[in-house]
Design a protein around this ligand. Structure first.
Ligand code: ZN
Length: 273
């Protein structure tokens, strides 16, 4: 029994309501025919060439990515443009592309931030910045570890829970500091430092952090900060989203998660404590 792309999109949008997306975002179907059948769906963080290679090799009819291929208006998708070429390759191999970005960040239950919190073993999680329309949805999550650990142990736990990257895991704050209440935000969540402090978090785990806000948070004895690769912070969503899609469609599609590391950083030198 197969499903159409339209049915897959309806199932994804029931979990990741496009209305939750930020105004500037570009979510939903990028290419693909909603009337065509779908047997296999591949989930990945980034719509980049190596992931499109995997779509073509695996014979998937749909690629679901967290990050948009296009965030600004385009006038065409010629194949001599890097992004246009990806669209051509997907269409030629009979595959669509669907994006669930900030709507997946904010979604309750099976979104990016709940997946990140679950990967770290947090319990009693709630949104750090609840959405006005639904207090179960919103930006970031805050919850508790099963038992307190030091900041250094927390960083080790994070490294073990997330996919390995060249940059690894860094933390700002006293390495012996007691960590029990944890705030997380997949992707670029440095703007949530005040919300993490207000929620009584001992640490904020996010990515793409800047020097001054992190330094200032330590000066005022705010939350410690744990900095991971942007890709690594969002990857835990992939198996969660794949699993809920398969269940929501009663197993009528095969789902797979890309194992390709699309974190753009490739080398690291000079680490010193
Ligand atoms: Zn992201």
């Amino acid at each position: 029994m197969s499903v159409t792309l339209g049915e897959v999109i309806a199932a994804l949008e029931a979990r990741y309501d496009p209305a939750l997306a930020e105004d500037w975002d570009a979510v939903g179907l990028v290419c693909g025919d909603p009337d065509e059948p779908v047997e296999r769906v591949l989930f990945a963080v980034d719509p980049v060439a190596t992931v499109v290679d995997e779509v073509v090799e695996s014979g998937a009819q749909l690629l679901v990515t967290h990050h948009p291929l296009f965030l600004t208006a385009v006038h065409g998708v010629p194949a001599d443009d890097p992004k246009g070429r990806l669209v051509h390759r997907l269409v030629r191999s009979g595959a669509g592309l669907f994006v669930a970005h900030t709507n997946a960040d904010r979604a309750p239950g099976s979104g990016v931030n709940d997946a990140l919190a679950a990967a770290l073993g947090l319990t009693g999680t709630r949104p750090l910045q609840p959405a006005a329309t639904d207090p179960r949805a919103g930006l970031g999550r805050v919850g508790r570890l099963p038992e307190p650990v030091t900041l250094a142990e927390f960083a080790e736990r994070v490294a073990a829970a997330l996919p390995g990257t060249v940059g690894g895991v860094r933390a700002a704050g006293n390495p012996g500091r007691r960590i029990e209440t944890v705030a997380v935000c997949g992707g670029s969540g440095g703007s949530l430092l005040p919300a993490a402090a207000a929620a009584g978090a001992d640490v904020l785990l996010t990515s793409d952090l800047r020097h001054h806000p992190v330094s200032e948070a330590q000066e005022v004895r705010g939350p410690a900060v744990c900095d991971v690769a942007h890709f690594a912070s969002e990857w835990p969503w992939l198996p969660v989203a794949a699993d809920v899609l398969a269940r929501d469609l009663s197993g009528r599609v095969d789902v797979a998660v890309s194992r390709r590391r699309t974190d753009p950083w490739t080398t690291h030198a000079g680490a010193s404590r």
